[in-house]
Ligand binder design. Structure first.
Ligand code: PLP
Length: 403
């Protein structure tokens, strides 16, 4: 007997969580697996943030917070958006939720009618599709190939917009590709959207601080201010401040949308944890740790790009941001493993790497773009070097790699 409602039938468990689960099971069997599956910084939350949580608990901030977020946290978001992103939002245009993920859920639940379409730029964070699907929306992947730098082209976007299109979701720096857009590229996308008033824009900026090669981050609304009245800017503290477990994300957008999202949130969770909000308000505090994390991710990015360049059969162009490497493995398709199995797709590649290299990675199919696999660089340089040694050896053991 199945307990699950029919709406769950199309939603698969998160691919990166499944990979990590497989890695954990192998570890429990005594196999020495390097897990490069999960998208979680390996750093600890900075001390001053923990201290802010401690002090909030001691002050007695232990009651139900306002559903849309504490005044302190919403003010911190308003100040952050002004200081770092050159954006003007009022306190009632901000919502604080249990992670950016809940902001996304609130937004789609508040706005999607059954059958409404949401345009996603593939490769994309797999949960976008699942959230839209669970809410009876229709995810529409727009394939952004490696040749386009994994970026959406304005002509492609223009062709994809249909009468049922309700949202377009943009994410940069991108998980999983690390793609970033120039101001001109964002403007060109914005110019297309200006002609489609029914389409709402969701700009997921959660990796804004993990940006390499001296790039400066520009928020979508800062580049396209005319679209502020139908853009939801989504961000959070998970990635920049190594705070994945605190579950704080936020959204800034038109007041009516925020009110509708708050209505959803009041039924789901009554809002985010008061203590975690007090800690996250430290996003206006010292930023040295954020810069330190970013510098470490950049060194690791360089290391992985350099190592992949010396592995025949694999390709990786330097990602501009985020902490992943989306590694091309087209040349491995059709190759034979030492056990005599044929590699038919990127899921076979990651299964082979888990077995032969003892490295857990996520197949590109999880992001709707194949044949690739994603490794996370949320591991020390030593661990990454060992993982790359193992991957190189496992790939060298394959027969019939097609260059
Ligand atoms: N958006 C993207 C692109 C992500 O990669 C993630 C987490 O992996 C999230 C949103 C969700 O982050 P949070 O921890 O704030 O829910």
């Amino acid at each position: 007997m199945s307990f699950a409602a029919s709406r769950l039938a199309q939603v698969k468990p998160s691919a990166s969580a499944s990979v990590s689960q497989a890695a954990k099971e192998a570890k429990a069997r005594g196999v020495d697996v390097i897990d490069l599956g999960l998208g979680e910084p390996d750093f600890d939350t900075p001390g001053h943030i923990k201290e802010a949580a401690h002090q909030a608990a001691l002050r007695g901030e232990t009651k139900y917070p306002p559903t849309n977020g504490t005044l302190t946290m919403r003010q911190a978001v308003v100040d952050k958006l002004r200081r770092e992103n050159d954006l003007d939002f009022a306190l009632d245009e901000v919502i604080v939720s249990n992670g950016a993920k809940q902001v996304l859920f609130n937004a789609f639940m508040a706005t999607l009618e059954p059958g409404d379409e949401v345009l996603l730029c593939a490769p994309y964070f797999g949960q976008y599709k699942d959230i839209v699907t669970i809410l009876d929306g229709v995810p529409v992947p727009l394939i952004c190939p490696q040749e386009a730098g994994f970026r959406l082209m304005p002509e492609q976007q223009s062709k994809a917009i249909a009468p049922k299109t309700r949202w377009i979701l943009l994410n940069q720096p991108s998980n999983p590709s690390g793609a970033v857009y120039s101001d001109d590229e964002i403007k060109a996308l914005g110019a297309v959207l200006a002609d489609h008033e029914r389409v709402l824009i969701l700009s997921d900026e959660i990796y804004e601080h993990i940006l390499f090669d001296d790039r400066v981050f520009r928020s979508f609304v800062a580049v396209c201010p005319d679209l502020q009245n139908r853009t939801l800017t989504v961000n959070g503290v998970s990635k920049a401040y190594a705070m994945t477990g605190w579950r704080i994300g936020y959204g800034a957008g038109p007041k009516d949308l925020i009110v509708a999202m708050t209505k959803v949130q009041s039924q789901i969770s009554s809002g985010a944890c008061s203590i975690a909000q007090a800690a996250a308000a430290a996003l206006n505090g010292p930023q040295e740790d954020v810069r330190r994390f970013c510098a470490a991710f950049e060194r690791r990015r360089d290391l992985v790009v350099e190592r992949v360049a010396h592995i025949p059969g694999l390709t990786l162009e330097a990602p501009g941001g985020a902490f992943y490497g989306l590694i091309g493995c087209a040349d491995l398709i059709g190759a034979k493993t030492p056990d005599g199995d044929t590699i038919t797709d990127d899921t076979d590649v990651t299964a082979y790497l888990l077995k032969a290299a003892r490295v857990a990675a996520v197949p590109g199919s999880a992001y709707d773009l194949s044949p690739f696999f994603r490794i996370s660089t949320a591991a020390s340089e030593e661990v990454l070097n060992t993982a790359m040694d193992r991957i190189a050896a496992a790939v060298a053991d394959l027969e019939g790699i097609h260059p």
